[in-house]
Design a protein around this ligand. Sequence first.
Ligand SMILES: *Cc1c(COP(=O)(O)O)cnc(C)c1O
Length: 425
Amino acid sequence: MSATGPAAVRSPDFDYRGSILHIESLNLELLAQRFGTPLYVYSRAAITAAWLRFSHAFEGNSLSVRYAVKANSNLAILQLLAKLGAGFDIVSVGELERVLRAGGDPTGIVFSGVGKREDEMRRALEVGIQCFNVESEAELLRLSVLAGNQGKPAAVALRINPQVETGTHPHIATGHRDAKFGIDIQRAEALYRQATKLPGIRIIGIACHIGSQITQPAPFLDAARRIMALVDNLLENGSVLQQVDLGGGFGVRYRDESQLDVTALIGQLRQLVEKRGLKLILEPGRALVAEAGVLLTRVEYLKTTDQDRFAIVDAGMTELIRPPLYNAWHEIRVVTQRPGMPSEIYDVVGPVCESADTLGRDRQLTVQTGDLLAIMDAGAYGFSMSSNYNSRPRAAEVLVDGDHANLIRRRETLDELITHEELPC
Ligand SMILES: *Cc1c(COP(=O)(O)O)cnc(C)c1O
């Protein structure tokens, strides 16, 4: 493969016009001048298009699609998805409050996560979420007590670990034998029997989530078949189930991964679930937002050492930790093309004091100091995993809609960096 990577097939929402990269109708050079860098820019049209792929596969029964908030939890993104009809998959009370403030319907929320605290469960019971995806016996017992005290039965699905291998990065695989997530499939039936006797608990379904950035249909189908075999046993033994939540994890093309045919896959999953008279639920995160966002960053310096050429940029692992954390690959494009100028091979690195702070290695680029670069496919697990390490204020975020740019999070100020700190007297 060449150092520049393959020519990715992209949505028309990210295209060069003349020599300048645009997002929808807007020139990224002008956006960077207006809002500064590093800057996250998202396309409303691209998110909408990704959403429609999922909702069409459910023939418009959109509450079957629960957006995994952790992928990108900006209020404006949540509001957009809520207006499109999405439900939400949350993993904390913080995410719950975000969804409510963005106008999300509590009855379309599922609550996942291995470590739900009491205060989080209480708030979720109070607002009447649709379902708790419970991950252990201890959690089930805690929820039973709290729901009993609040006089509000908790609707519950048990999250089962189907013990499948996914072929994804080990940090984002969750459905293998030694994962901390879910309940062993061998113990599931006993726990279902126990759950039906617990006060405050109303079993409505079963759930699993096997990992993230899975680009082949086989692991999803493998997990679904194992879950459905368990469902058959449960139904035979008198359990009353309504829904089967097969989680998220639908992969996108960052580089040369195979293109997962989500429509075909959902068709197959629906068939497996619906022929038992049950309802399928999915929890996509990345697949709805990854390709809809770019991270804009400016080249501060070009530096040559004995070994390497570096393009040192003003974004780093504080803005986008996926490359150091998962060894993830993101395409890096120049925002303004310079035809006729020679290119060089660069490592694109950030300013953070860590050797891991590399956004891309060995990239063929035609750049000068001061040029803008676009880190592509940064809409998922970008801003939401960002940090203030090295006392760097968090980046701003912009949502583009046609020829209009909405600032949906302003850049943090230096005062805000220290606003929660106190000097002892
Ligand atoms: C992270 C997560 C998701 C979303 O994963 P994606 O790979 O972004 O689709 C869905 N469900 C659960 C339980 C998760 O933890």
